[in-house]
Design a protein around this ligand. Sequence first.
Ligand code: DC
Length: 223
Amino acid sequence: MSITVAIDGPSGAGKSSLAKRLSAELGYLYVDTGAMFRAVGLYAMRAGHDPADQQAVAALLPEITLSLAHVEGAQHIYLNGEDVSEVIRQEKAGMAASAVGSNPAVRAFLLEQQRAIAAENDIIMDGRDIGTVVLPNATVKIFLTATPEARAERRHRELLAKGSTETYEKVLEDIRQRDWQDTHRETAPLRQAEDAVLADTSELDIEQSYALLKSIIAEKAGV
Ligand code: DC
C-alpha cells in the first residue's frame, strides 16, 4: 500500500511550496492537481472557448492528453506533448482553471488520472477535493488555510518582487473571487474533510508552517 498525503485548501495558502519541499524530504512524488485544471483551462482558452461554457469544454476533452513527468523533484505538465508548466502559472490560467473546475465532465476526466497516479506511488497530492473526493482513504489529510488577507499579503509580496504593479486590493479581490468559486460549485467544492487536520497558517511564517505540516505527517503516517 502506498502512503498518500492529501493537502487541500484555498488559493495562496502555500500548498504547493510546502508540498514540494515535504515531498523532496520524504522522497514522495509531488502531484499538483491544480496544474491539471490549469492545463485544461489553457486548452479551452486557446481553442477560443469561454472556460465557463460547460458543454463546449466537455466536448474538447477527447482532444486533450495530459501527462506529468518529474524532473529533479519538479513536476512538469505536458498538454498534448507541449510542456506548459510555465504558461499555466499566469493569473488568467488560474481563473480559467477555477472555471473549468466547476465542470463535472472535467472533474471526472481528471479524477481517473489522479487516482491512477496515487495507486502507484507514495505521494503528496494537493488540490481542493483530494481528501474529500479523489483519495477518501488517504493516509494523511491536511486542510491548509489562512485568512484571505494573509494570503493576499503573501501573494502581493511575491508579485512585487517579480516587478508587478498589481495593488494589494486587487490581489485580495481575486483571492476572494476564487475562494467563492471554489467553495460554491456543485461538484466537489472546496471543503475540509471530516478526518482532515486543520492547519491555519495566518499567523505562521513559511518555516513554522513547514514544521507544522511535518509534525502532522509524522504523527499520522509514522514517518
Ligand atoms: O491550486 P491552483 O491555484 O493551481 O488551482 C487552480 C484552480 O483549479 C483552483 O482555483 C480550482 C481548480 N482546482 C480544482 O477545482 N480542484 C483541484 N483539485 C485543484 C484545482
